[in-house]
Design a protein. Structure first.
Length: 412
């Protein structure tokens, strides 16, 4: 059989081009990471050829004796990693995982309490342009204007007033730890189901550096490709009493055949996360984020909530006189990837918001330490200042290439 280079040189060379971009660029997008070669090897395997609708031992197709063993390994490792009672590892990605949960436990129009999108929530947590906001009645809690933090007494007030069927805790752009236990107490008080979406912080939870909702919550979803550093995909964990409902919600409710090559790669990633090195990785992700946040604040940047407990921070650029998109564009020119982000109570439009979201999962994977993170903050500051000076930006681009060479990624 032909290799990719022989079969399709056009795509092969574009993949090489993207590999170069990743190797010589600084990745600060908080939801991205670099998987191991082992994870990629599993993803690019013959497992992609198989159909295996159903669950382990109960499939709708023949020839699944090997797939059963692979999926069972993924399940066992996941249970060991998160201590969950039940897990379905077949979810294709974060949004479909959440859709499957809603389908499994809610009726159309049911009320759900979630974090507002521009306060750090996710589209699939009830935004009006998303299926979640169209099919279910989402009501929202917010962060406080003065502190940038969620006030649990306010969450309780909204919950008592709204009496939701489900309370959803989780975020894509919030840099503080959530009080899982308190969420559960509030939910119990109003008789609501508890769902946590730990997509962003699953790796920090797996690495045992921040608290887990798994002991308290009924249902916990997560993507596997963010801090958890696995293949693109998701999993749904739950208490045993929701197991049947969740499995049925995912298949046949929401999805067809599972992606067995991805599920094998999930098993590989769970195996990696179970190693002691992963605990050190998770610790370093937070140390790097805190070092970067401190340096940016020293240079007069406003960070929402004045710091971070996790892998990310949202920088409010208002006082620096530029928008999030302008900063994102300038940083792109020197080879630093970030994402413009809304800030709580943003007065600008979502497509050109006031904030910039920055995260350290990817640079920590390639071995950046706190000193490197402080240096990156310095480069960010200089880039923003030099944003209209192409000569200076070119010189900064060279610095970035040198820094990347110091920490090789896949060219090791
Ligand atoms: C990233 C994310 C998702 C969506 O994941 P996709 O794989 O992009 O569909 C869902 N919820 C949260 C909180 C996220 O951060």
């Amino acid at each position: 059989m032909m290799t990719l280079k022989q079969e399709d040189p056009q795509i092969a060379s574009l993949i090489d081009e993207e590999a170069e971009r990743q190797e010589y660029g600084i990745e600060l997008i908080a939801s991205e990471n670099y998987t191991s070669k082992a994870v990629m090897e599993a993803m690019g395997s013959v497992l992609t050829n198989k159909y295996s609708e159903g669950t382990v031992g109960k499939r709708y197709y023949g020839g699944n004796e090997v797939i059963d063993k692979i999926e069972q390994l993924a399940i066992d490792r996941c249970k060991q990693l998160f201590g969950c009672e039940h897990v379905n590892v077949q979810a294709l990605s974060g949004s479909p995982a959440n859709a499957a949960v809603y389908l499994a436990v809610l009726k159309l129009g049911d009320k759900v309490l979630g974090l507002k999108l521009d306060h750090g929530g996710h589209l699939s947590h009830g935004h009006p342009v998303n299926f979640s906001g169209m099919l279910y009645n989402f009501v929202q809690y917010e962060v406080e204007k003065e502190t940038g933090r969620i006030d649990m007494d306010k969450v309780r007030e909204v919950a008592l007033r709204e009496k939701p069927k489900m309370i959803l805790a989780g975020f894509s752009a919030y840099s503080r730890n959530l009080d899982w236990k308190r969420f559960k107490e509030i939910a119990d008080e109003v008789g609501a189901i508890t769902m946590a979406d730990i997509s962003h912080i699953a790796g920090l939870i797996a690495g045992k550096v921040i608290d887990s909702p798994v002991p308290y919550f009924d249902i916990v979803t997560t993507t596997t490709h963010k801090t958890l550093r696995g293949p693109r995909g998701a999993i749904i964990m739950c208490k045993e009493k929701f197991a049947k409902q969740i499995d049925k919600g995912l298949f046949p409710g929401m999805q067809g055949g599972p992606h067995d090559h991805i599920n094998a790669a999930k098993a590989v990633a769970f195996g990696e996360a179970l190693k002691p090195e992963f605990h050190v990785y998770a610790q370093n992700v937070i140390k790097n984020a805190q070092a970067m946040a401190a340096e940016l604040m020293k240079r007069g940047y406003k960070i929402i909530s004045d710091g971070t407990d996790n892998h990310l921070m949202v920088v409010d650029l208002t006082s620096k006189g530029l928008s999030g998109k302008e900063a994102e564009r300038a940083l792109d020119k020197v080879g630093i990837s970030t994402s413009a982000s809304t800030i709580p109570f943003d007065t600008r439009k979502p497509f050109d918001p006031s904030g910039l979201r920055i995260g350290t999962p990817a640079i920590t994977t390639r071995g950046f330490n706190e000193a490197d993170s402080v240096y990156v903050a310095d480069v960010i500051d200089r880039t923003i200042q030099a944003r209209n000076d192409d000569v200076r930006l070119k010189a900064i681009r060279q610095e970035i290439i040198e820094l990347c060479k110091k920490h090789p990624l896949y060219k090791k």
